[in-house]
Design a protein around this ligand. Structure first.
Ligand code: FE2
Length: 447
C-alpha cells in the first residue's frame, strides 16, 4: 500500500470519527425518533447492503443509501451517521474478503457524507418532526446530492491511489457517471420512505424493499451485460492466439501493457477502454491469414509478407460491423504504422498515426521481443528489448510513447539509457526504407 493511500485512510477515518462525535453531541436524535427507530433503519440498511453490485473499476454500489438518508431526515445527522456506520456492513466484510483497512475506509467514506448530508437537510428543512412539504423534498434532494458527491469523491480517491496511474477524474467519469442519475433518484425515494414511515408506519416503509431490489437488479444487469461482452471479445481474441501456439496469450499481454502506457499518458477513461479492447483484438485479422504463412518458421517471401501485412486491414473489416467497437478500429488498422512513415497499411507519419495505435505499437513490439517466436526461439531480456525500443524511437516508435513505457512496471528496474540527447529528425521515406532493410534482423515486432 502506498504512503499516500495510508495517509488518505488515516485522514478519512479521523474525519469520520470526528463527524460522528460532533453530530452525536450537537444533534441528539429528533423528538419522536428513538433507539428502536434507529435500530429499524440500521436493519433496513443492512438488508440493502448485503449484496452490492461491483462496477468495472471496483466501485461498489449498494442501495443502502436510501435508508441512511431516510434516517437522517427523520432523526437528524447523528441518526444518519450511525446508520451509515453500522448499517453498511456487508457479507464480504464479515467473510474477511476485504482487508481491515478497506472495511475502515468504506465505513468512514459513508459516515462522513451521511453526517454532512444530514446537516445539509437540517439546515434547509429546519429541526422538528418530519413533514412532507416541497421544502423538505428540496432539502432531501440537496442532502442526497451532497452525500453522493462526497461519497463518490472519497471512494474514487482511494481507488485512484490503489491503482497507481489511474486519475481520480477518469474513475469519476467512468464508473460513477454510469450510476449518477439513478443515484440522484434515490434521494426522493428516501424522502418517500421517511414520509410513509411517519404517515403509515415503519412496516410500510419496508414495501420500498421492492423498488430498491429492482434498482439493484438493474445495476446488476448493466454490469452483467458488460461482462458478457468482455467474455465474448476475449474468446474472439483467443481464437487468434489458438491459431498460433507461439503467440498464445500475446493479445492479453499486449492489452495489459497498452493499458499501462495509456495510464502513464494520462489517457481518458474512454481511451483506456479503447486500448483494452484494441489490445485484445489488434491481431484479429490474422484469422484470415493462411496457416502456411502465419506459422512459417523461416523468413517470409515477398508475396507471403504482403499477405501477412494485410492483417490490420482484415481485422478492421472483421470488427467494423460491431458498432460498439468503433473507437477500436483506428487502433486495429494502424498498429503497424511506423513513426517515420514506413509502416503499413497507410504509411502514416508521426502524429498522423492515431495516438492509441502508437501506444499499442510499442506494447506489441515489447511483448513480441520478450516472447519466444518461431524465428527467434530465445526471447530478448527486458533490458535488451528496452534498448531496442530506444534505438528505434523516432524511426519505428513514437519517442513519447517509449518514454511513457519506460515508466511502467514492466521495466521498472530495467537499466535504461533514456532518450538520446539529440532529438532524431524523422528521416525521409527512402532513407527509412533503407534503414528498415538494414535493421530487419534486429528490432521489429515480428510478423
Ligand atoms: Fe499485428
Amino acid at each position: 500500500m502506498s504512503t499516500a493511500l495510508k495517509v488518505l485512510i488515516l485522514i478519512v477515518a479521523t474525519a469520520s470519527v470526528t463527524a460522528l462525535a460532533v453530530a452525536t453531541f450537537l444533534f441528539p436524535l429528533s423528538d419522536g425518533f428513538g433507539y428502536l427507530d434507529l435500530a429499524f433503519w440500521t436493519a433496513a440498511a443492512l438488508a440493502t447492503s448485503a449484496a452490492p453490485v461491483r462496477l468495472p473499476r471496483g466501485v461498489f454500489i449498494a442501495v443502502a443509501t436510501c435508508p441512511i438518508l431516510a434516517a437522517s431526515f427523520l432523526g437528524g445527522p447523528a441518526a444518519g451517521a450511525w446508520v451509515a456506520l453500522v448499517g453498511t456492513f456487508e457479507l464480504r466484510e464479515l467473510n474477511g474478503r476485504i482487508p481491515w483497512y478497506g472495511t475502515v475506509y468504506n465505513h468512514a467514506a459513508t459516515v462522513v457524507p451521511a453526517a454532512i448530508g444530514g446537516t445539509v437537510y437540517l439546515a434547509l428543512a429546519g429541526a422538528g418532526p418530519f413533514e412532507a412539504t416541497p421544502l423538505t423534498l428540496l432539502a432531501a434532494v440537496a442532502s442526497g446530492l451532497s452525500f453522493f458527491a462526497i461519497n463518490s469523491v472519497l471512494v474514487s480517491a482511494a481507488i485512484a491511489l490503489r491503482e497507481e496511474g489511474a486519475s481520480l477524474r477518469s474513475i469519476l467519469m467512468g464508473d460513477w457517471a454510469i450510476v449518477a442519475s439513478s443515484f440522484v433518484a434515490l434521494s426522493p425515494l428516501a424522502w418517500l420512505m421517511a414520509l410513509v414511515s411517519v404517515a403509515v408506519g415503519e412496516w410500510a416503509a419496508l414495501l420500498f424493499g421492492l423498488p430498491l431490489a429492482t434498482t439493484r437488479g438493474a445495476y446488476h444487469r448493466v454490469v452483467e451485460i458488460r461482462d458478457m461482452f468482455t467474455q465474448t471479445i476475449r474468446s474472439l481474441a483467443s481464437a487468434v492466439d489458438a491459431k498460433d501456439t507461439f503467440t498464445a496469450g500475446h493479445s492479453r499481454r499486449v492489452q495489459e501493457i497498452s493499458i499501462e502506457i495509456g495510464r502513464q499518458m494520462r489517457c481518458s477513461e474512454a481511451e483506456v477502454e479503447a486500448l483494452e479492447w484494441g489490445g485484445l483484438l489488434h491481431d484479429i485479422g490474422k484469422i484470415g491469414v493462411p496457416d502456411a504463412v502465419l506459422l512459417k518458421p523461416e523468413r517470409l517471401t515477398r508475396d507471403e509478407r504482403i499477405i501477412m501485412n494485410m492483417h490490420p486491414v482484415k481485422g478492421e473489416e472483421i470488427i467494423k460491423p460491431v458498432k460498439r467497437l468503433a473507437p477500436e478500429l483506428p487502433i486495429i488498422r494502424h498498429h503497424h504504422e511506423w513513426y517515420n512513415g514506413s509502416g503499413y497499411p497507410d504509411h502514416l507519419v508521426g502524429e498522423a498515426i492515431p495516438k492509441l495505435a502508437r501506444i499499442l505499437h510499442v506494447a506489441d513490439a515489447f511483448e513480441a521481443m520478450t516472447a519466444a517466436r518461431p524465428y527467434r526461439m530465445t526471447p530478448l531480456t527486458a533490458e535488451q528489448a528496452m534498448a531496442e525500443l530506444r534505438k528505434y524511437a523516432g524511426v519505428q516508435f513514437d519517442p513519447v510513447m517509449v518514454d511513457a513505457f519506460a515508466r511502467t512496471k514492466y521495466v521498472v528496474d530495467v537499466p535504461d539509457a533514456g532518450r538520446p540527447p539529440m532529438a532524431r529528425p524523422i528521416p525521409l521515406l527512402v532513407q527509412a526504407a533503407a534503414m528498415r532493410a538494414g535493421a530487419q534482423g534486429g528490432s521489429s515486432e515480428g510478423h
